[in-house]
Structure formats: C-alpha cells, structure tokens
Write a protein that binds this ligand. Sequence first.
Ligand SMILES: Cc1cc2nc3c(=O)[nH]c(=O)nc-3n(C[C@H](O)[C@H](O)[C@H](O)COP(=O)(O)OP(=O)(O)OC[C@H]3O[C@@H](n4cnc5c(N)ncnc54)[C@H](O)[C@@H]3O)c2cc1C
Length: 326
Amino acid sequence: MANKGILVVAVSQRGKLPPATFELIAAGRGLADALKEPLAAVVLSDKTSALADDVASRGVDKVFAVEHPSLAGFTEEVFAKAAAAVASKEGYGKILLASNVAGRALAARLSVLLKAGLACDVAEIRPDGAATRPYFSGNLVCEVQFKTPVAVITLAPMAFPRAEAGPSKAEIVPVAFDPGATKTVFAGFVPESSNEIDMGSAERIVSGGRGLGSAEGFKPLFELAHALGAAVGASRAAVDSGWIAYKNQVGLTGRSVRPKLYIAVAISGQIQHLAGMSSSGTIVAVNTDKDCPLMQLANVSVQGDYAELIPLIAAEVKKRRGTSAA
Ligand SMILES: Cc1cc2nc3c(=O)[nH]c(=O)nc-3n(C[C@H](O)[C@H](O)[C@H](O)COP(=O)(O)OP(=O)(O)OC[C@H]3O[C@@H](n4cnc5c(N)ncnc54)[C@H](O)[C@@H]3O)c2cc1C
C-alpha cells in the first residue's frame, strides 16, 4: 500500500489529551489540505469514548480509537505498538507527535517499528515533504529531507495554533488491540506535590537567573507567576547554584519553550539560554544591565533591580486581574 496521508498520535495521559494534541491536528490539517491527502488521528487510551469524540470534532477526516486496559498508564512500549499497528495497517506516510516527553519517546520507537525517518522539534512541514527545525536560537534552520516512505515527526510546542472543536464530527473507527507480551508494565503515577504549571504547555513563563542571588530570590518570581498563571523557568546558572530544580531549566541543555510571553529576570541571555526561548512570542527582560544580550533581544526591556521591580509588577498584575477578571 502506498504511504499516504497524515496520522496524528493522540496520547491520553490520566484520561486527558494534552493541548499539544490540538496543535498537531491544526498542523496536520494544513498539511493534508496542501497535499490533498487525508488527515486521521489515532486516540490511545483505556477509555477512548469522550476523547475520540473531542478529536473527531476538531477537523480530522477520521479517528481510530484504540481502547485497551494496557493503555491506562503510559508506557512507551505498549503505546508505540498500538500507534504503529494503526499507522502500518492503514499505510500513513506522515506520523505527527507532540514534542513532549511521551511524544518524543514514542517517536523514537515508532521510527524503529515503522522503519521511518525521524525529525524532532519541527516548526514547519513543507508540502514537498521537507521539515524544518531551528537550531541555535533560530540562527540556523535545518531542513530535513526524508528518504524513507514514512516520516515520524514531532512538532515544536506552540509552533501551530490549536484546532478548535466544531459542529461536524469525523467518523470514529474502533480498533481492536492486543499488546501481546510486553517487557514493561505501568507501575503507577506519583503526582508532583507542587502546583506549579509545567513549562512545556505554558503560555506564559517567568524565568530567573544568577542575578537573583539565591533561592530566596525566586520567591517574587513565583508570586508573579501565580498572578499571571505562568510557569517558572530558570537559567542554567540558577539551576547549577541549586536554587531551583533542573526541570525548570530553559536552554540548550534544558528545555526549549515557546510561550506567548517570556519574562526573563536577571538573566544575561547567553546563546545557550537563548537557544531555548528566543522563539517566544513577546519577550520581556528585567535586568540592571541595559546592554546585556537579553535586554537587547527583548520586545520590552526594563532596567532596574528585580527585587524592587518584580513585586511592583506582581502587585499591578494582581490589581488589574482583580478588577478586570470576569
Ligand atoms: C554546553 C553548555 C550548555 C549550556 N546550557 C545552558 C542552558 O541550557 N541554559 C542556560 O541558561 N545556560 C546554559 N549554559 C550556560 C550559559 O552559558 C550561561 O552561563 C548562563 O545562561 C548564564 O546564566 P545567567 O544569565 O542566569 O547568569 P549571568 O550571565 O551571570 O547573568 C546574570 C544577570 O543578572 C543581572 N543582574 C544581577 N543583579 C541583578 C538584579 N538585582 N536585578 C536584575 N538583574 C540583575 C546581571 O546584569 C546579569 O545580566 C550552558 C553553557 C554551556 C557551555
């Protein structure tokens, strides 16, 4: 069978689909229309009914619902088997996944199972089949040409809009699945005790650097983040100093983020940090040094001591949200 069409892999996590799934659908829809090929999604869960309904209303042509108790908790092995079974049986040519932890892990396995080329953190897929992804703060754009009939692609977060639910519903096809013998089992999920927003899906991030001086220095940043509904990020210098966890690190050896708003506080903006955040929508820098790279890069640069400015900004945000919040 010729490999044609685009397949979005929708991975449920604790009964929900991450919002990145809807970015995949929007990207897939654009590509499918350009190529005049069908767009389908495969929903993987122990309970697919509501999830498949939701996906079916967001502009795909068909939904495959793979429901099995082994898909209750995420294991790469079982989810990859389920996605690969649908992709190979139906002969899809482009498999789209989110660039989150689960999506990347699945993408690697799927590329092996489907003997497919793999490109990660892609920001654009051209109708000629090439994928582009930025490196080094977008200073280098790499073009990936696939030599294989099937391409597995993870899409950079926030690079595409989210497909909205509409009145029309695509066909939902239930798919029987037997994971067979597996080497891994899902043992359990231990939620983080903090109520921090995860950076990967955050639309706003407040990030702190070495200029905060201590772990204590992050306190006003957390306060501002809570007021804004934002996640908290950090430079490597702050992480290496032990002021905040590695999972908060933004940059070359941390996480790549693309929020609508990135507020960099007391971060100088070395190239390794910029590599992880320079594609953000609006960048605000707060720094004592007006000439540092982040102040030069930012859309809004505020010169001054963070210890004075951040509490003032947080108070103003709270005041405005308090008066204007519906
Ligand atoms: C291989 C490699 C990988 C790396 N990966 C990463 C990575 O993933 N992420 C990353 O961030 N870095 C990474 N780095 C480190 C990077 O090169 C920088 O050292 C680091 O980003 C600097 O962090 P910073 O901006 O917080 O600190 P600094 O460069 O020391 O900047 C501190 C800033 O705080 C300002 N400041 C000081 N006091 C105040 C105040 N009171 N109020 C306001 N501003 C103030 C200063 O003016 C200064 O601009 C990597 C380096 C290497 C070699």
